[in-house]
Write a protein that binds this ligand. Structure first.
Ligand code: ZN
Ligand code: ZN
Length: 589
């Protein structure tokens, strides 16, 4: 089937078709006065992204129509043994599939697009996304063998999905093509900031459209959903321009190889690394699959137009390049075990053997939870006498999220009737609520919610329904989606902490007598060779248990298995203070 792809390039001020306000009251009447209760109630239902940084997904339901904003995944928590990733629970969407009109994406980070393949496996939903996000989504769909109707959206576009009139607004963030959305319908007007910061000197020159936020505020916004990630940082998040200065300083002051690890999706920053390399007559080698993938996409989209092909060299061919003429761009800024930088640090990389005085730049900050693995890689680099440049010591990275003063600016411009902090852990959401209150917003109009709650707004009234639908984590493990629950996780935790014991017993079906010596194996419990006594005694306990069961006439599989488990559990705990998973295997021959 051919892919349908529409480009909406129309600016709101020369929109040839129906204006976004056609279906709405006149502008003067709208000023600070919408919504009218005449439109009827609507619900805002977060399925993910609250009390966590990850798997953002919010629904707006109005008049039998549902619009989805973002559909991300979260990385598993430390205790989720073996889980690949975590997605929102789509049960409510599956139950209301006929109402779903579309999915709009704010930008291409995984916590906003990573859940899309899993949603599309269940439901057919048209996806609207900015160019880079759409390129990344295309790759995902290909990988999963999926197809859907897709529409590329650019900042300034106005488009309709069902009866929702949507406008994409330019913002700044740590990935190209990030937008906020204004969503209007008869019931109300919602502004969702997406992930953003206020950068007056972004590397692509496209400054956040504050004027538009102010205009929307003048027209009247009844609900603001706003990024809370950096609410606990005072002041302003520095501009990307400051990274440029630090990078120049590094390039000016070394004639050694420069290896830069960064997030592959920060295309504009990577472009700057390329420009700096070009200026210093260095060629560039790229290592790491995700980096190669995003850079190919960025070239297709024209983001790297001024970077000539001749600047690039294959990573396998770097041997012949003098140190002062080489930059390596790599993945692994988060210490990921299989990433290119980690392999370099471990001496496992096929083409890059680190040398003393190589300069390794971490143009990133640790995502919470990754600190330990990153410091392991950093220590390995120090061991090799590599010069390590970290963001904590030099401005080689800045955050993509607004700090408190930028958040205050957005609140003051948009002046929403109701406010719902999003994209944050509990502390971020609560602090964001306090920030809004410090600007005069009444606490009764602020809703700090949980995933699965619903905010029902009807004109000037808003009411919170707790536990409206499931806001649970759905765990993805290999091909399995949602088939792993807490009991399996408990078993995995147990296995990882105390190991496994199997006991095989063969009985004569007719007489119930033992046909062979029971066989016991342990994994991760004790070193079998050195604990012969322990195992011998364990076996004698198995004999006893079988004898007891034979006397009681309960040699059926279930009773015997239960008895062996219980007796062995007690014995092993007495001897080792450990509680391994015990699996009796009973054979009747
Ligand atoms: Zn983001
Ligand atoms: Zn995000």
């Amino acid at each position: 089937m051919a892919r349908l792809k529409n480009n909406y390039r129309r600016r709101h001020n020369n929109h040839p078709g129906k204006s976004v306000s056609d279906a709405l009251p006149a502008a003067s009447a709208r000023r600070r006065s919408i919504p009218s209760a005449a439109g009827g109630p609507y619900k805002v239902i977060p399925l993910g992204g609250l009390n966590e940084i990850g798997k953002n997904c919010t629904l707006i339901e109005y008049n039998n129509e549902i619009l989805i904003i973002d559909c991300g995944f979260a990385f598993p928590e430390y205790e989720m043994f073996g889980i690949d990733l975590v997605i929102p629970d789509f049960t409510y969407l599956k139950e209301n599939s006929e109402k779903i009109k579309g999915l709009i994406i704010t930008h291409g980070h995984e916590d906003h697009i990573g859940g899309i393949p899993y949603l599309l496996k269940e439901l057919n939903v048209p996806v609207y996304a900015p160019p880079l996000a759409m390129g990344l989504i295309d790759h995902k769909l290909e990988e999963h063998g999926l197809w859907c109707e897709t529409h590329v959206i650019r900042a300034g576009d106005i488009f309709s999905i069902g009866s929702f009139r949507i406008e994409a607004i330019q913002t700044n963030h740590s990935i190209a093509d990030s937008v906020a959305y204004s969503i209007r319908f008869l019931g109300g007007h919602i502004v969702h900031t997406g992930d953003f910061k206020v950068d007056f000197a972004p590397l692509d020159g496209k400054v956040i459209d504050l004027r538009r936020f102010a205009q929307l505020g003048d027209e009247g916004v009844d609900l603001l959903l706003c990024d809370s990630t950096n609410v606990m940082r005072n002041g302003y998040t520095p501009s990307e321009a400051i990274v440029r200065k630090s990078i120049d300083e590094i390039f000016d002051n070394t004639d050694k190889r420069i290896i830069i690890a960064t997030f592959s999706s920060n295309v504009h920053r990577i472009k700057y690394f390329m420009e700096a390399s070009m200026k210093h007559n260095r060629c560039i080698a790229v290592s790491g699959k995700s980096m190669e993938k995003v850079l190919t996409l960025a070239r297709e989209l024209g983001y790297l137009n001024n970077i000539p092909d001749s600047l690039f060299i294959r990573i396998n061919d770097i041997r012949n390049v003098p140190d002062k003429s080489l930059t390596i761009l790599t993945t692994g800024s988060q210490g990921e075990p299989m990433s290119a930088l980690t392999r370099m640090a471990n001496d496992q990389h096929k083409s890059v053997k680190l040398k003393a005085d190589d300069v390794v730049v971490f143009s990133s900050s640790p995502i919470p939870g990754n600190e330990k693995v990153i410091s392991q890689v950093v220590n390995q680099l120090y061991e090799k006498n590599v010069k390590v440049v970290l963001a904590s010591a030099m401005d080689v990275h800045v955050s993509g999220h607004a700090s408190s003063e930028e958040l205050k600016l957005i609140h003051s411009l948009v002046r929403p009737r109701f406010f719902m902090p999003v994209h944050g852990e509990k502390r971020h959401l609560v602090e964001h609520s306090l920030l809004a209150q410090s600007l005069g917003q009444q606490s009764s109009t602020i809703f700090v919610m949980n995933n699965g709650d619903a905010l029902v707004i009807n004109g000037r009234k808003a009411r919170l329904t707790k536990g409206f639908t499931s806001g649970d984590d759905v765990m993805v493990d290999g091909y399995g989606v949602g088939d792993i629950g807490n009991s399996v996780l408990r078993e995995r935790k147990n296995l990882s902490q105390s190991g496994l014991v199997t006991i095989a017993v063969a009985l004569d079906t007719a007489t119930g007598s033992l046909m062979a010596v029971p066989e016991m194996r342990t994994i991760g419990l004790v070193y079998e060779q050195e604990h012969k006594d322990f195992l011998d005694e364990a076996l004698s306990i198995v004999y006893n248990t079988i004898g007891k069961c034979a006397e009681a006439g309960s040699l059926d599989e279930q009773s015997l298995s239960k008895a062996i488990k219980s007796d062995m559990k007690g014995y092993i705990y007495r001897m080792t203070k450990r509680s391994p998973v015990i699996i009796p295997i009973i054979l009747y021959v």
